[in-house]
Ligand binder design. Structure first.
Ligand code: FES
Length: 147
């Protein structure tokens, strides 16, 4: 396992997430104690064409938003929706507007688009099998978590 300190990690090409869609990524980050811990994230390509990202953990009970159905959105595709108890969140802000954690927010992650890639900024990640810049599809794990 290699520990890295750079501030920018390539996650995926921008074209790999269609407009209006979202994808989950199961990453590992370096915790306060220096050990790796799971860092699930979700990246959303908004209908307006931007990218936003959050830690894929519902403020209510810490579940993946896409738990169960694998879906990230409500039926109208206007909100993120937690599959566990149905809390809904504003896509652009992560604020829960209805449900068990109303008023709380998803934890945002800093993204940047660099040379056509969506990059995660300011988080020290752990990579098990080498630095992923030159072979993203092989090294990044894209998971739709089952229940
Ligand atoms: S865990 Fe998300 S609404 Fe309960």
């Amino acid at each position: 396992m290699t520990e890295r300190e750079p501030e920018v990690f390539v996650i995926c090409p921008t074209g790999s997430i269609a407009k209006g869609e979202a994808k989950a990524f199961s990453l590992s980050r370096i915790g306060d104690n220096g050990e790796a811990r799971p860092f699930p994230i979700v990246i959303i390509h908004t209908a307006a064409g931007g990218f936003v990202g959050y830690v894929n953990s519902c403020p209510h009970d810490g579940k993946w938003l896409n738990i169960g159905s694998g879906q990230f959105f409500n039926a109208e595709q206007t909100r993120l929706r937690c599959g566990r108890h149905g809390a809904t969140f504003e896509i652009e802000t992560g604020l829960c507007n209805a449900g068990a954690c109303e008023g709380q927010s998803l934890q945002p992650i800093a993204l940047a688009v660099i040379d056509g890639d969506i990059c995660l900024c300011g988080v020290a990640l752990v990579e098990d099998i080498g630095f992923p810049f030159d072979d993203l599809d092989e090294t990044m794990e894209i998971m739709i978590h089952p229940d």
